[in-house]
Design a protein around this ligand. Structure first.
Ligand code: F6P
Length: 550
């Protein structure tokens, strides 16, 4: 038993039962599972809001699903979920509440942490964002020289970049097309250079997005952007107010940087960076799509929040997806999980999920600080499916690794496609359905032979199949559907962290690199002695200086 009265996960009877069940299933075949149960495809689907989920192509039986739900119950997933929604400090290592769900709660909700109902403040910021967004969109907000803002540049990194950048791409069809939006994250000067090279400072608005306002990459880029602006305008600091706004929890640092805190949009320490794009961090997105659409997206998030909070375990989609991941990661030795959207607009979706999932569940000690004895978060990867088909799908189909995958698609293309391009949509979706089918059912040697293939090529043209996928289908990629999708994955990640008994809301693992970079930088710049530098790194630093002619 540990401090929370929980036995070690891998010693729980429910875990052991799953292990035995896995042994019994042996080389279970999807072909057989479908043949044995003609109702399987219908029974193994869920509808959550606009999302239709087909999980029939998984290596599971009714018994597997029951045992997985029993594991979740024994691991206390529902209790931790309720504690999260109640505003308890479930991020124990940082002693923080985890309340991203409050960011999309209706104004009438009461969600309390530290004795304060946070909902009024959330809605006050949303209103402030809405007013500002409409002023920029309408041209009422002008730059220092009186020009209309034509380009918005969001400078942030990690959760202060990936969310708005992903959602902006996803909802391109809903954006104000006479404006441009750019996202700069990398401290590599090339990122800012390419973003700014064709812009007119007089028409450019910078949004500096940083929860802490201390992140070196963001502050460095923001400082360079300010220099670019003031040089370009030939103006002094008085020009900053019309061209820089900040999204942060840290008013002091914002003001130190020189941004007037009246131009700051606030959020709170109970919003994790990777859970923040529906907070003030989404300002660039709100300017792009307008406040109405942004609120539709929040409603989509909220719909899935309520589903996760209230739906019974058998119908609870985030619970199911989380448990399926545990099934493969812990009982089938799967190391990674592919997310393959059949939508060009979701090009950045998987990159966003990488932070959500891997920064949350890439942990090897449990909530009590003890080493875990089971696999935790998977490597999450993927790109839009059709492009992936001509790159890495070979390995998915015929490689030696088991890689469960999510296939995501939409019935309708966006409204403003030309008719000729609309016609391409069936082909796009035919690919999604074909891949799910091929991954699951493959092609037997006999089927290959029946096509007249020469015997020596039969092994090469055989597909074992049995590769599990979830298919997620919705009518269209609207703001609400995007919110639903993101909330689905957020809660899936939560479920897995809860079962693995890890803190999904801290990220101590990114700290060491940051500290070391600060220590090494003077060695690169001035050749300063850095105490404690290992021999390999010291050699690399010398080589670097040599190559730079220093
Ligand atoms: O990479 C670590 C991290 O702390 C992320 O969790 C966060 O999203 C990112 O850095 C950016 O942090 P900030 O918003 O404080 O600049």
């Amino acid at each position: 038993m540990n401090a929370e009265g929980r036995s070690r996960l891998d010693q729980m009877p429910e875990w052991i039962a799953l292990g035995k069940h896995r042994e019994q299933l042996g080389e279970v075949q999807l072909r057989d599972l479908f043949a044995q149960d003609p109702e399987r495809a219908g029974r193994y689907t869920l509808q959550v809001g606009d999302l239709h989920l087909d999980y029939s192509k998984h290596l599971v039986t009714d018994e597997t699903l029951l045992l997985l739900r029993e594991l979740a119950a024994a691991a206390g997933v529902a209790g931790l979920r309720d504690a999260m929604f109640r505003g308890e400090k479930i991020n124990t290592t940082e002693r923080r509440a985890v309340l991203h769900t409050a960011l999309r709660a209706p104004g009438s909700a009461v969600i309390t942490t530290d004795g304060e109902n946070v909902v009024p403040a959330v809605h006050a910021v949303l209103t402030k964002m809405g007013t500002f967004a409409e002023r920029v969109r309408s041209g009422d907000w002008r730059g220092h020289t009186g020009e209309r803002i034509k380009t918005v540049v969001n400078i942030g990194i990690g959760g202060s970049d990936l969310g708005p950048a992903m959602a902006y791409e996803a909802l391109r069809a809903y954006t104000q097309r006479d404006m441009q939006f750019r996202f700069v994250s990398n401290v590599d000067g090339a990122d800012l250079h390419e973003a700014l090279r064709d812009l007119d400072p007089a028409e450019t608005l910078f949004i500096i997005a940083s929860k802490t306002f201390t992140t070196i990459e963001t502050i460095t880029n923001a400082t360079s952007a300010r220099d670019w602006l003031l040089t370009g305008l030939g103006a002094g600091d008085e020009a900053v107010a019309k061209h820089f706004v900040a999204l942060s929890t840290n008013a002091e640092k914002v003001s130190e940087f020189g941004i007037d805190t009246t131009n700051m949009f606030e959020f709170w320490d109970w919003v994790g960076g990777r859970y923040s794009y529906d907070s003030a961090i989404g300002l660039s997105l709100m300017i792009a799509i307008g406040q109405e659409r942004f609120r539709e997206m929040l409603a989509g998030f909220h719909l899935v929040d309520e589903h996760f909070r209230c739906a019974p375990p058998e119908e609870n989609a985030p619970l199911l997806l989380g448990l399926l991941g545990i099934w493969y990661g812990n009982f089938w030795d799967a190391q990674s999980h592919a997310v393959l959207p059949y939508s060009h607009y979701l090009a950045k979706f998987t990159a966003y999920l990488q932070q959500l999932d891997m920064e949350s569940n890439g942990k090897s000690v449990d909530r009590d600080g003890r080493p875990v004895h089971w696999q935790t978060g998977p490597v999450v990867w993927g790109t839009p499916g059709t492009n992936g088909q001509h790159a890495y799908y070979q390995l998915l189909h015929q490689g030696t690794k088991m890689i469960p995958a999510d296939l995501i698609g939409f019935a309708r293309p966006v409204d403003d496609l030309r008719p000729g391009l609309v016609a391409q949509h069936d082909l796009l979706m035919a690919n999604l359905f074909a891949q799910g089918q091929a991954l699951a059912f493959g092609k037997t040697p006999d089927e290959v032979r029946a096509e007249g293939v020469a015997e020596e090529l039969v092994p090469h043209k055989t597909f074992k199949g049995n590769r599990p996928t979830t298919t997620i289908l919705a009518e269209e990629l609207s703001p609400s559907v995007l919110g639903q999708l993101i909330a689905l994955y957020e809660h899936k990640v939560f479920v897995q962290g809860a079962v693995w008994h890890i803190d999904s809301f801290d990220q101590w693992g990114v700290e060491l690199g940051k500290v070391l970079a600060k220590r090494v930088e003077p060695a690169l710049t001035d050749g300063a002695e850095v105490p404690g530098l290992d021999a390999s790194t010291a050699n690399l630093v010398t080589k670097y200086r040599e190559l730079r002619g220093r």
